[in-house]
Design a protein around this ligand. Structure first.
Ligand SMILES: Nc1ncnc2c1ncn2[C@@H]1O[C@H](COP(=O)(O)OP(=O)(O)OP(=O)(O)O)[C@@H](O)[C@H]1O
Length: 241
C-alpha cells in the first residue's frame, strides 16, 4: 500500500446529537442521547451486541432519521463515506466497481479508468483489477470497499465493524488503511467489539449499553481509568447485562 501525504484539515466538521432517539414499532432502540463528534479524531463506538452501535452510525451518516431530537452538522455537512462489515459489491470486476462509483459521481468517462487504477494500487489490489469483485476474499473485498470510499474523497469515514469477518493479516491491512485515511485528514468514526483493536486505533471511545450512552472518553482515560462502572467492567472483559 502506498503511503499518503499528510494534509490534516484546519477545521474538522462537528456533528451534534441533541437528545436523539430512534424507535421502531413503538420501542425505543437508541437514546435519547446527546453527544458531539468533533476534532480530527478516530472515535471507536463500543458496546455489547445489540447496544445500538450500528444505529448510532447509521443516524450519524444520515441513513436513518431520528424519531426525536436533532442531528446537526456545524457548518455544511461534510463529504462522507461508509464501509460496512460485509461490503456490497456489484457483479462485475474490481476495476469496474470503482469505475461505476466514479460514474455515479459524474466523473468524466475518460478519467475513470486512471483514477480507479490509482485507487486499486493505493489499496494493494492492482493485480486483482479484472477479477470479479464477488469472488475476492473477505479481506480483498473490504480493501476494495475502502478504495471505493477513498474515491469519494470523504472528510468523514464511517466504518461499521469493518474487520469482524477478517483474519489477522487482513485486519492489519484494513487497520493500516484506516490509519492512512486518518493521516490524510479524514475523521474516523468506527464501531468495534474488539478491545485490542480499539486500543490500537482509538483516540476516543464511546461506550453504549442498551441503547444508552454510558461513557465518552479519551482513549487513554477509557482504557486506564474509565469514568463509569460499566466502562470499567467492559474494559476488564466482564459481561454487561
Ligand atoms: N430496523 C430495526 N427494526 C427493529 N429493531 C432494530 C432495527 N435495527 C436495529 N434494531 C434493534 O436495535 C438494537 C440495536 O441494534 P444495533 O444493530 O445498533 O446493535 P449493535 O450494537 O450494532 O449490535 P452488534 O454488535 O450485534 O452489531 C438491537 O436490539 C436490534 O435488534
Amino acid at each position: 500500500m502506498t503511503h499518503l501525504t499528510l494534509s490534516v484539515p484546519a477545521t474538522t466538521p462537528r456533528l451534534n446529537f441533541d437528545r436523539v432517539s430512534y424507535a421502531s414499532r413503538g420501542q425505543t432502540l437508541l437514546g435519547p442521547l446527546s453527544l458531539n463528534l468533533e476534532g480530527h479524531r478516530r472515535t471507536l463506538i463500543m458496546g455489547p451486541n445489540g447496544a445500538g452501535k450500528s444505529l448510532l452510525m447509521r443516524l450519524a451518516h444520515g441513513l436513518l432519521q431520528p424519531t426525536s431530537g436533532r442531528l446537526v452538522w456545524e457548518g455544511a455537512a461534510p463529504r462522507q463515506a461508509m464501509v460496512f462489515q460485509r461490503p456490497v459489491l456489484l457483479r462485475r470486476s474490481a476495476l469496474a466497481n470503482l469505475e461505476y462509483a466514479l460514474a455515479v459521481q459524474r466523473v468524466p468517462r475518460r478519467q475513470r479508468r486512471e483514477r480507479a487504477r490509482e485507487a486499486l494500487a493505493r489499496f494493494g489490489l492492482e493485480a486483482l483489477a479484472r477479477r470479479p469483485a464477488r469472488v475476492l476474499s473477505g479481506g480483498e473485498q473490504q480493501r476494495l470497499a475502502l478504495a471505493r470510499a477513498w474515491l469519494l474523497s470523504p472528510e468523514v469515514l464511517f466504518l461499521d465493524e469493518p474487520t469482524s469477518a477478517l483474519d489477522p493479516a487482513a485486519i492489519r491491512a484494513v487497520e493500516a488503511a484506516i490509519g492512512d485515511f486518518h493521516r490524510q485528514g479524514v475523521r474516523i468514526v468506527m464501531t468495534s467489539h474488539d478491545l485490542h483493536q480499539a486500543r490500537r486505533l482509538a483516540d476516543e471511545v464511546i461506550l453504549l449499553h442498551h441503547g444508552r450512552l454510558v461513557e465518552q472518553s479519551p482513549a487513554a482515560t477509557f482504557f486506564d481509568a474509565p469514568v463509569t462502572a460499566e466502562g470499567h467492567a467492559f474494559v476488564h472483559g466482564e459481561l454487561l447485562d
